[in-house]
Design a binder for this molecule. Structure first.
Ligand SMILES: *Cc1c(COP(=O)(O)O)cnc(C)c1O
Length: 390
């Protein structure tokens, strides 16, 4: 492929060491057994592999391996956490706190619960997507059962004060769920120190395979959770279905990779974002929507005033970037996240998300920045010729 890949926030390629490990759990010559088969070696070895992956996942968030429930990804984990708690604690209360810029897996799950008689408060972030513990505190009601907030915003890169919010939730005996799909393995997450009760994880944002993730569920004090998927009682009854050994091993190996190299990947993307922005900031009339001092540096979201995002993406045919929006064939809806941090429809349409990863090179970032500067300058000149101005 000829495009420069700057969309690591949407997904990452699978690291070679992860692929190598996964291949050991597929064929007849290897370990293909059902981890739930406890009468023969095929099953025992598969279970061993799953147990090892469970420890590898737990280690990265300072959890106990018995607190890890494997799922199909962060979307399922978010659903299990939020619906599971809502159902199990319905007799205690029916109020949930989240924000207006969560991932759709959280927003739509909360919206569904609203149709079932629950009340949801959507915290309103500032212009850079930031939310304070103070806001959470002021929204707590006697019947609040759950606070669900993300670790890192997927469109902006914004980070959240998890430890402060966790302490607040603990004090008020409210459960705290964190969608950490973008933060897991990339920023420090310690479920004990941060008083997190439930945490959603995805493999494909950290160089693991798509279609696998996990939910951390606190054991002490025990979090009650009604399962979404009933069946053979796998994963302590929280999530039935034959465990996808090769996928789970892939998630585990991705965790090992992040454990070893997470810090150097962080410094790498930090350097890339700085190089990128140094060039981009030469452009007039741009707004960086990401709070640079309070964000994961692998993501930056920028509004190019007066430029149409679709035209810009079309002109940047050498780059794989995202408008951070849900596209369908007929129209491109502007990102609800950008609208909810106060951008106009037009500004949201003029915004792009660039996200970097371990395979992004300095050279690629220079090319990308030069392309963006050239394209924005050209589009602005064109619109001026047409008398539209900027
Ligand atoms: C990618 C992502 C998800 C969804 O994860 P899947 O594993 O693809 O289901 C949820 N939340 C956030 C913040 C994400 O970035």
């Amino acid at each position: 492929m000829k495009q420069i890949y700057l969309d690591y926030a949407s997904t990452t390629p699978v690291a070679q060491e992860v692929i190598d490990e996964m291949l050991k759990y597929l064929s007849f010559e290897n370990i293909f057994g059902n981890p739930a088969s406890n009468t023969h070696e095929y099953g025992w070895y598969a279970k061993e592999a799953v147990d090892k992956a469970r420890q590898q996942v737990a280690l990265l968030i300072c959890a106990d391996s018995r607190e890890i429930v494997f799922t199909s990804g962060a979307t399922e984990s978010d659903n299990l956490a939020i619906k599971g708690v809502a159902d199990a604690y319905a007799n205690k209360g029916k109020h949930i706190i989240t924000s207006s810029i969560e991932h759709k897996a959280v927003i739509d799950t909360c919206a569904y619960l609203e149709t079932k008689g629950y009340t949801v408060s959507y915290l309103v972030p500032d212009q850079k997507g930031q939310i304070t513990a103070e806001q959470v505190m002021q929204t707590i009601q006697p019947d609040t059962i759950l606070v669900s907030l993300m670790a890192v915003n997927n469109e902006l890169g914004t980070c959240y004060p998890l430890a402060e919010i966790g302490a607040l939730c603990k004090e008020n005996k409210i459960l705290f769920h964190v969608d950490a799909a973008q933060g897991f393995g990339k920023i420090d997450v310690d479920v004990r120190a941060m008083n997190i009760d439930l945490l959603s994880i995805s493999a494909h944002k950290i160089y693991g395979p798509k279609g696998v993730g996990a939910l951390y569920v606190r054991r002490k004090p025990k979090v009650k959770l009604t399962p979404l998927i009933h069946g053979g009682g796998h994963e302590n009854g929280y999530r039935s279905g034959t465990l996808a050994t090769h996928q789970i091993v892939g998630l585990g190996q991705a965790c090992v990779l992040m454990q070893k190299k997470g810090n150097s990947f962080y410094r790498h993307v930090e350097n890339l974002r700085a190089i990128f922005l140094k060039k981009i900031e030469a452009l007039p009339n741009i707004t960086i929507n990401t709070p640079l001092a309070n964000s994961y540096p692998g993501i930056v979201n920028i509004t190019f005033e007066g430029v149409d995002g679709e035209a810009l993406v079309a002109m940047l045919h050498n780059l794989a970037v995202s408008m951070g929006s849900a596209c369908n064939s007929a129209s491109i809806e502007p990102s609800f996240v950008l609208l909810n941090i106060g951008l106009s429809q037009q500004q949201a349409h003029a915004s792009l998300r660039f996200s970097f990863g371990q395979y992004t090179t300095v050279r690629e970032v220079h090319i990308a920045a030069d392309s963006v500067v050239a394209a924005v300058t050209k589009l602005r000149a064109l619109s001026e010729q047409c008398g539209m101005g900027v």
